[in-house]
Structure formats: C-alpha cells, structure tokens
Design a protein around this ligand. Structure first.
Ligand SMILES: O=C(O)CCC(=O)C(=O)O
Ligand SMILES: [Fe+2]
Length: 252
C-alpha cells in the first residue's frame, strides 16, 4: 500500500503523512457523520461554534471536543484494508487480525488566540498513567483527518527527525527519564529545529513513532477541524494505554 520511499521516510523522519488509504467516498461519509455528532450543519457556519451537548469531554485551553468509543459504521469504515496494510508495513508486523474497535475524536473548535510558536510534546504525558519512557505507550500512532485543513485551521506541528534526538536524550539518563511524565518537561529544551505544520486533506493519515515530537496547533478559523484516533479494548491495548473505563488507545 505504501511505497518503499514512504516507508523509508517514516523511519528516517519519524512520521509519514499519507493520502489515498481511505477512498474519498468513505471519508466524505465519515465527515458527514462527524458533523451530525458535533450537532452542526456543514452549510451553516452559525452552528460551528457551539459545544455539542453530546460531547464527552471539552478542553477549553485547546478548544478540543472529545468523543470516546464511537462505534458508528461510517467512522469505523475509515479503518480500511489499505490503512491496516499501511500500519503493518510501517511496524513490520501484520495488524489485520487486530483492527481498531472504536473511535476517539479530537475535534478543534475555533479559538480566538494570537498565533504562537508551537512547542513539541511526545505522547503519554498524563501523570495518572505514569508511562515508562521505554518501551513507551505505543510503537505507532495514527491520526485520521476528516477535514480539509487550511492554514491557521488546526494543522499538526511535526518536528522531522525529532525521534532520534529525543531518544538520545532519554538514553543519556535512563534513571532521570524513566517516566514520560518527567521526560516530557525537558523536551522543549532540545534543539529540534523548526517544525513543519502539516495541513492534511480529508482522508489523509498522519503516522508517527513513539518519541516523535509533535503538537496540535490552534484552529483560528470558524470551521471546526475533525480528526480521530482509534481505540481498542483487547487486554494488550487496554493495559498499554487505558483511556477510559473500558477503552484504551489502539496500540498495535
Ligand atoms: O490535534 C492535533 O493536531 C495533534 C493532537 C496530538 O498531539 C495527539 O493526538 O497526540
Ligand atoms: Fe500528541
């Protein structure tokens, strides 16, 4: 599904933004479903700033609307055979027998903030999890976008090659950096170079590795940004990165 040069760039840069794994008809249907869940009308911008009653969580500081464990067919259909094949190629192990089971959203509402320089984080921060830096909470993370993202509309900041420098720092002091919670505090002090802000199209997928520096950016536009990650509740995923009472991140 992916070319050798895409696979090589994932290993070299720590991330890969891929198009074409989710056919347009499927991502369009998923976007439509997301508008419904958000209790918004795509054609009526007056509905776009309201926090949906059905949202499971809302983070005011990031403007992020979270739904957990959605099982809607139109959303799950985005975990296509091509998507699963791509994940398998990137981790070098078949995941077809272990597909994701539900969806977790990170939809961004408009924020009235001044543009600011993004700062990198690595995943696995929340203190309650106390994730160990090694092996970490996952091998690969995938973000599936259901919006066409314009500049200023909540693209994702990525630091190409950051996984190597971050790993070097972690390995330089395994005791001090045993836990991601402590380690994350020192990440911004590293010189990781300038970030790229990726502005995916609907149906694009961003893959990145454990210890890859990235972050969300504020959505300063009216149109909400839709993005989802996957959940699973098998024994292995649930113990690797528990997110709710019943669900963990899909961590193939
Ligand atoms: O919202 C984004 O663009 C990135 C969110 C993020 O950091 C994550 O899902 O790990
Ligand atoms: Fe993250």
């Amino acid at each position: 599904m992916l070319t050798q040069s895409q696979i090589d760039s994932y290993h070299r840069d720590g991330y890969l933004l891929a198009s074409g794994l989710i056919p347009d008809s499927l991502s369009a249907a998923a976007e439509t479903r997301m508008w419904d869940l958000m209790e918004m009308a795509a054609q009526d911008s007056a509905t776009w700033s309201r926090l949906p009653d059905g949202a499971h969580e809302f983070s005011e500081s990031r403007g992020v609307v979270i739904f957990n464990a959605l099982q809607d067919e139109d959303l799950m259909a985005c975990a296509t055979p091509a998507y699963l094949a791509a994940v398998s190629q990137l981790i070098g192990e078949s995941v077809e027998q272990h597909p994701p089971q539900t969806v977790h959203t990170q939809n961004l509402l408009q924020q009235h903030t001044e543009p600011s320089t993004p700062r990198p984080h690595i995943d696995g921060i929340p203190k309650e999890h106390m994730h160990r830096t090694f092996p970490g909470p996952y091998r690969i993370a995938t973000l599936v976008y259901l919006s066409n993202i314009e500049p200023g509309g909540g693209g994702t900041a990525v630091w190409p090659g950051s996984h190597r420098k971050i790993r070097e720092l972690a390995e330089s002091d395994p005791v001090r950096y045993e836990y991601l919670f402590d380690f994350n505090k020192d990440i911004p002090s590293l010189d990781l170079g300038d970030p790229l802000i990726v502005e995916p199209r609907r149906g694009d997928v961003l893959f990145f590795q454990h210890l890859f520096g990235h972050n969300g950016t504020a959505n300063t536009l009216r149109r909400p940004r839709f993005m989802m990650r996957y959940f699973c509740r098998c024994e292995s995923c649930f113990t690797t990165w528990k997110k709710t009472e019943e669900w963990g991140h899909w961590t193939p």
